[in-house]
Design a protein around this ligand. Structure first.
Ligand SMILES: *[C@@H]1O[C@H](CO)[C@@H](O)[C@H](O)[C@H]1NC(C)=O
Ligand SMILES: *[C@@H]1O[C@H](CO)[C@@H](O)[C@H](O)[C@H]1NC(C)=O
Ligand SMILES: *[C@@H]1O[C@H](CO)[C@@H](O)[C@H](O)[C@H]1NC(C)=O
Ligand SMILES: *[C@@H]1O[C@H](CO)[C@@H](O)[C@H](O)[C@H]1NC(C)=O
Length: 368
């Protein structure tokens, strides 16, 4: 999670299951209706039906509901493909931590399935720090039970990053190498406990009903076929971009890109960003790079992945903000001081994405 705070997206979701496929529909908060919260659009054919609801905030923050422990304690969580660890605010977090007090808190004394671990942890995200200690308990997700999941009980949440977000905690969907030592992260546990048929999950956040599917994909959510490419570095959910062009001019070459549901924007290396600003004739205003709001006069940003071009259109990469009391358009693309890209929600909204841990590949198709 390299969350860029300026954009906090939100959404709701549910998980359904057909045999060993769990679906998590997601909704945007603008359409949020509390009475819908636990009513999944459940059309599962199999006998097993598992539901989980995800919610959204300002269409910039996608989260779902899970419960921890027995009896269950409910939480809103972000499902983050950019990290591997899971954490929830702890009931032991001090009153002085306002970010923690603004959220639901896990109380291990209330759970019969709690197992202490006791090791301390610190996690650093792009947007802030989370500190606490490790515990184990049973997570309930979409009606499935995941026993002995190691997670962080957080005693400290950095104020600016976590105070006003709608989610309480985070479930990392990343790979094992990024997790705390001697722990099995969520996805690996879900797969090794055989709660899903295949070690695959898919993300659809274009419009309601938004969903995450664990165990497979939902072919009603995309057009055409899935274009598969290998995971480029088996540490994170990453792929290789061959090149990026804007109006037939190349602005970026071969580069790794992390697919990150926990980041709102698309982040690109400095040089690529610089080339992009030039190509779009962006001008500086109060520290922002402003471009015309007439999206019809702007080109697509064409990202070549494998042998397929995945365009970002102006309506996807522009956002309107108020500057000097006037609406202006700025890029929903930001520079990152690294050699790789981060394809966040701006990209994932356009492209249905299959994260396949079995075949170590990522599938992309145009989201419906
Ligand atoms: C929420 O949904 C219920 C059932 O669909 C409907 O009766 C109710 O009016 C809705 N509430 C709002 C605030 O939209
Ligand atoms: C927790 O969530 C479950 C559904 O997952 C719901 O049935 C239950 O009422 C919730 N409990 C509380 C205390 O909100
Ligand atoms: C945690 O749960 C225990 C057992 O129900 C209760 O006695 C205690 O007050 C709770 N702690 C807090 C801080 O709410
Ligand atoms: C864990 O952190 C607490 C402070 O939150 C500290 O008192 C304790 O000594 C630490 N334990 C270990 C094993 O580092």
């Amino acid at each position: 999670m390299l969350r860029v705070l300026f954009f906090l997206l939100a959404c709701q979701s549910l998980i359904l299951a057909t045999r060993k496929i769990l679906k998590v529909p997601l909704y945007s908060r603008r359409n949020f209706n509390g009475s819908d919260v636990f009513l999944a659009g459940n059309s599962a054919k199999g006998s097993e039906t598992l539901q989980l609801l995800l919610q959204s905030h300002n269409n910039m923050e996608y989260y779902g509901t899970i419960s921890m422990g027995n009896p269950r304690q409910n939480f809103s969580v972000i499902f983050d493909t950019g990290s591997s660890n899971t954490w929830l605010p702890s009931v032991n977090c001090p009153k002085s931590n306002s970010a923690c007090q603004n959220h639901r808190k896990y109380n291990s004394s209330r759970s019969s399935s709690y197992i202490p671990d006791g090791r301390n942890f610190t996690l650093r995200y792009g947007s802030g720090r989370v500190v606490g200690y490790l515990s184990k308990d049973t997570m309930h997700v979409a009606g499935a039970e995941l026993p002995s999941l190691t997670f962080g009980e957080s005693l400290f949440l950095q104020h600016f990053a976590f105070s006003s977000v709608k989610f309480d905690g985070l479930v990392g969907l990343g790979l094992g190498v990024l997790s705390w030592s001697n722990t099995t992260p969520f996805l690996e546990l879900l797969c090794t406990k055989r709660l899903v048929e295949k070690c695959v999950f898919s993300v659809y956040i274009r419009r309601d009903p938004r969903e995450i599917v664990f165990g497979g994909f939902d072919e009603t959510k995309f057009e055409g076929k899935l274009h598969y490419v290998p995971v480029s570095q088996w540490r994170t959910w990453s792929l290789e971009i061959a090149k990026t062009t804007v109006a037939s001019k190349q602005i970026g070459g071969r580069s790794n890109a992390i697919l990150d549901t926990g980041t709102s924007l698309v982040l690109v290396p400095q040089q690529t960003y610089h080339n992009l600003l030039n190509t779009l004739s962006a001008r500086q205003q109060n520290g922002y790079f402003v471009v015309t709001c007439r999206s019809g006069s702007l080109p697509n940003i064409n990202i070549l992945i494998g042998d397929t071009v995945f365009p970002l259109t102006p309506s996807n990469y522009l956002m309107e903000i108020i500057l000097d009391r006037k609406p202006v358009c700025v890029l929903a693309i930001a520079p990152i001081n690294r050699g790789f890209w981060v394809l966040g929600d701006i990209f994932l909204r356009l492209y249905y994405t299959v994260f396949d841990a079995t075949e170590k590949r990522i599938g992309l198709a145009k989201a419906k």
